[in-house]
Design a protein around this ligand. Structure first.
Ligand code: ZN
Length: 280
C-alpha cells in the first residue's frame, strides 16, 4: 500500500507532527519507508523469434513484454523504481547487485524455463523467503521459481483461443481494489482446472472460459517473509497487457507483494544449538 502509506505520511505531517515529539517520530519513521524497487523479468524469447509467431507477439509488444509492462505500470506506481531484465543479459539479467536491490520481482517466462540456472532460482528463492515479493504472470506457472515456491506440479489444461470472463472471488482482498467484480477478455488462451497448486494457495480471481473450463486465475501465497501473487491472463499473441483491468490487477498485485519492511529485516528461522535452557 505504498501510495496509501504516503498519504498517511502527509496526513500525520499536516495534522499531528507539531503536537508532540512522539508523533513527530512516527512521522519521521513513516516518511523514510523505502521506495519499492521493482524488477520486471522476461525471458524475451517469443518477441524476438524470427517466425510468424514472433511477428504476432511483436505486433503487441514490439520492445518485449517486460518493457511494455514497465511503461504501462509506471503511472500507477509513481513511487516505485521500475527496472527490466531478461534472460539474455549478463547473469541472466539478475546479477547480485540487481537481485539484492529488488523488493518485488515480476516473472514472465514460457519457452525457456529450463534455461534459467538452478543457482539463480536458489538465490531468488532465498530472497523471497527474506521478504521480496514475487508476481508470476501467465505461463510463469511452470517457471522453476514458481514451482519452487509452490512445491507442487503447477500443471493445468490449456487450449488456444476463445473468450475469458474473470471473476473476483475475494472482494475484500487489496488486490481487487478498484477492479470490477467481473470483466471479459475477448481473446485469450484457456487455462483450466485442475491446477496443481498447494492447498494454501488463496484464490482471489476465478475465470470462466468459452468452452466450459474454469480456472483459479489469481492466487496468493505467503512463503517465509515474502508474498507471492500469480495472475494468469497474459498470453503473448494477444494484447492482454493493453487491457486496463488486467493492468490494474497487476499494479495492485505489485503493491500487495511489496515488503512492509526492508527485505532481510525480518528474522528467518534458523538452526540453534541451544545448550542453555531458558528455565531450570
Ligand atoms: Zn500462453
Amino acid at each position: 500500500m505504498i501510495s496509501i502509506v504516503k498519504n498517511k505520511i502527509h496526513f500525520y505531517g499536516l495534522r499531528f507532527a507539531t503536537l508532540n515529539s512522539q508523533l513527530s517520530t512516527i512521522n519521521y519513521q513513516l516518511s523514510t519507508k523505502k521506495m519499492p524497487s521493482i524488477t520486471i523479468w522476461n525471458e524475451f524469447v517469443h518477441e524476438r523469434s524470427n517466425s510468424d509467431y514472433g511477428s504476432m507477439c511483436r505486433q503487441h509488444y514490439p520492445n518485449g513484454i517486460h518493457r511494455h509492462l514497465a511503461e504501462k505500470l509506471a503511472p500507477a506506481l509513481p513511487e516505485a523504481r521500475i527496472r527490466t531484465a531478461s534472460l539474455d543479459e549478463p547473469a541472466n539479467g539478475l546479477p547480485d547487485d540487481v537481485l539484492n536491490s529488488t523488493d518485488v520481482l515480476v516473472w514472465w517466462g514460457h519457452a525457456a524455463h529450463d534455461k534459467v540456472p538452478d543457482d539463480l532460482v536458489d538465490r531468488i528463492h532465498t530472497r523471497i523467503l527474506a521478504g521480496m515479493g514475487l508476481v508470476a504472470l501467465h505461463s510463469a506457472h511452470m517457471s522453476k521459481i514458481f514451482r519452487r515456491v509452490c512445491g507442487t506440479s503447477c500443471m493445468l489444461r490449456w487450449r488456444d483461443g476463445g473468450r475469458e470472463r474473470v471473476w473476483v472471488v475475494d472482494p475484500m482482498h487489496p488486490i481487487v481494489k478498484g477492479v470490477p467484480e467481473t470483466f471479459a477478455i475477448d481473446e485469450t488462451e484457456m487455462y483450466g482446472e485442475p491446477f496443481g497448486l498447494p492447498p494454501d494457495a488463496h484464490p482471489v480471481f476465478m475465470s470462466w472460459y468459452e468452452g466450459g473450463n474454469v480456472f483459479r486465475s489469481g492466487v496468493t501465497l505467503n512463503r517465509g517473509a515474502g508474498k507471492v501473487f500469480y495472475f494468469s491472463p497474459g498470453h503473448e499473441t494477444f494484447p492482454i497487457y493493453h487491457d486496463a483491468n488486467v493492468l490494474k490487477v497487476i499494479a495492485n498485485g505489485l503493491r500487495w507483494v511489496s515488503p512492509e519492511t526492508p527485505v532481510g529485516a525480518n528474522p528467518l528461522p534458523y538452526a540453534v544449538d541451544e545448550q542453555t535452557p531458558y528455565e531450570k
